[in-house]
Design a protein around this ligand. Structure first.
Ligand SMILES: Nc1nc2c(ncn2[C@@H]2O[C@H](COP(=O)(O)OP(=O)(O)OP(=O)(O)O)[C@@H](O)[C@H]2O)c(=O)[nH]1
Ligand SMILES: [Mg+2]
Length: 306
C-alpha cells in the first residue's frame, strides 16, 4: 500500500464520517450542522471548525456549489489552506552538524521516529550520529542501538549517566567527526512532570555548551491518536524546551487526523512546522508532511481525485 492509501486508511474513522456525509443529498442547514459535528469529532477543535465552516458557507454561495462532492473538494481546499503554513521542510543545511533533539510524552514514537529519520537522512547521503539520551531505561539505549546497527549509524551512549552529558558528548563527537546531523533521543515525559520538564531544558542547554546555537531543532513527537491532548503537549513542551517543529506519528492507526489542523490553527500567525508524519512501525513509514495529500486523505478523497 502506498503512503497516501495508508494515511487514508488510517484516517478511516474520520473518513467514514465524512464519506457518509458527502454521499448524495442536498446542501442545506442540516448538512452544515452534520459537517460541523463531524469536523469536531475529527479532533479539529471548535474554533478552527467554526472558521472552516464560515469560509465553506461563503465559498458555497460565491461559487454556487450544488453537490456535496463539490463541497468536499472545497472543504479539502480550506483544510489544506489552514495546514499549508505548517508544511515546511527540515532545513538540513542550516548548520553542520545540524543538531536535532527529540522530545515527547511516553510512547509517542520518539525512538522509532529517530530510526526512520536516520534512514531517510542516510538515503540523502547525510552522515548521522545518534545520541541515546534516554538514560532512564537500559532498554531504551538498546532500542536505539538496534536502529543504529540496522542503518550502520553510530550511537553515542553511556551506561546510566546523565542525559545532558550524553548529548554534550554526542554534539562534541558530531563536530569532531564532521557529521551532518546529530539526533538526540530523550526519555518520554508528561507535561505534568515538572522535574522532568525542567530536565529537558537542561538537556537542551547542555548542547549549546558543545556547539553554539545547538540544538538547531527541538522536535516534539506527537502521537496522532492523542487527540486534543496534543495541544497541551505542544504548549508545555514549548514552554520548557522552545520547540522548533513537530512530527506526528501513528496516523495509520486510530488517529483522527484533525488534530494537525487544531495544532496549526492554534498559532495561525506562525505555526510550528510539521516536518514529517509517521504512518506505520516500519523504517520507511515516515514521510515529509504534505498539506495537500493530508487534507485530501482527511476528507476521504482518492489519490486520483486529489
Ligand atoms: N502504528 C504506528 N506505530 C508507531 C508509529 N511510530 C511509533 N509507533 C509504535 O509506538 C510504540 C512506541 O514507540 P517508541 O518509538 O518506543 O516511542 P517513544 O516515544 O520512544 O517511547 P518512550 O521512549 O518509552 O517514551 C512502538 O510500538 C512503535 O512501534 C507509527 O507511525 N505508527
Ligand atoms: Mg524511546
Amino acid at each position: 500500500m502506498g503512503f497516501f492509501s495508508r494515511l487514508k486508511e488510517g484516517l478511516a474513522r474520520t473518513r467514514v464520517n465524512l464519506v457518509g456525509l458527502f454521499s448524495g443529498g442536498v446542501i442545506d442547514e442540516d448538512f452544515f450542522e452534520e459537517l460541523e459535528e463531524s469536523l469536531i469529532a475529527a479532533d479539529i477543535g471548535f474554533r478552527p471548525t467554526t472558521v472552516i465552516l464560515q469560509r465553506l458557507r461563503d465559498t458555497v454561495k460565491l461559487k454556487g456549489l450544488k453537490t456535496r462532492d463539490e463541497v468536499r473538494l472545497a472543504l479539502r481546499d480550506e483544510i489544506e489552506r489552514m495546514l499549508a503554513p505548517a508544511a515546511q521542510p527540515l532545513k538540513l543545511d542550516a548548520a553542520k552538524p545540524l543538531v536535532i533533539m527529540m522530545a515527547g510524552v511516553n510512547g509517542a514514537g520518539k525512538t522509532t521516529t529517530i530510526g526512520k529519520l536516520a534512514k531517510w537522512l542516510a538515503a540523502r547521503d547525510k552522515k548521522v550520529l545518534l545520541a541515546a539520551a534516554d538514560t532512564f531505561r537500559a532498554a531504551a539505549r538498546e532500542q536505539l542501538a538496534v536502529w543504529g546497527e540496522r542503518n550502520k549509524i553510530e550511537v553515542i551512549a553511556q551506561n546510566g549517566g546523565d542525559p545532558a552529558a550524553v548529548v554534550f558528548d554526542a554534539v562534541s563527537a558530531g563536530r569532531a567527526r564532521g557529521m551532518d546531523v546529530v539526533i538526540a533521543d530523550t526519555a518520554g515525559r508528561l507535561p505534568t512532570q515538572t522535574n522532568l520538564m525542567e530536565e529537558l531544558g537542561r538537556i537542551r542547554r547542555s548542547q549549546a555548551k558543545a556547539m553554539e546555537g545547538a540544538p538547531h531543532e527541538v522536535i516534539l513527537v506527537v502521537d496522532g491518536t492523542n487527540g486534543q491532548n496534543a495541544l497541551a503537549q505542544v504548549k508545555t513542551f514549548d514552554a520548557y524546551a522552545s520547540l522548533t517543529g513537530l512530527i506526528v506519528t501513528k496516523l495509520d492507526g486510530t488517529a483522527k487526523g484533525g488534530v494537525l489542523v487544531a495544532i496549526t490553527a492554534e498559532r495561525a500567525a506562525s505555526p510550528l512546522p510539521i516536518y514529517f508524519v509517521g504512518v506505520g512501525e516500519q523504517i520507511d513509514d515516515l514521510q515529509p508532511f504534505d498539506a495537500h495529500a493530508f487534507a485530501s486523505a482527511l476528507v476521504g478523497l482518492d489519490e486520483r481525485e486529489a
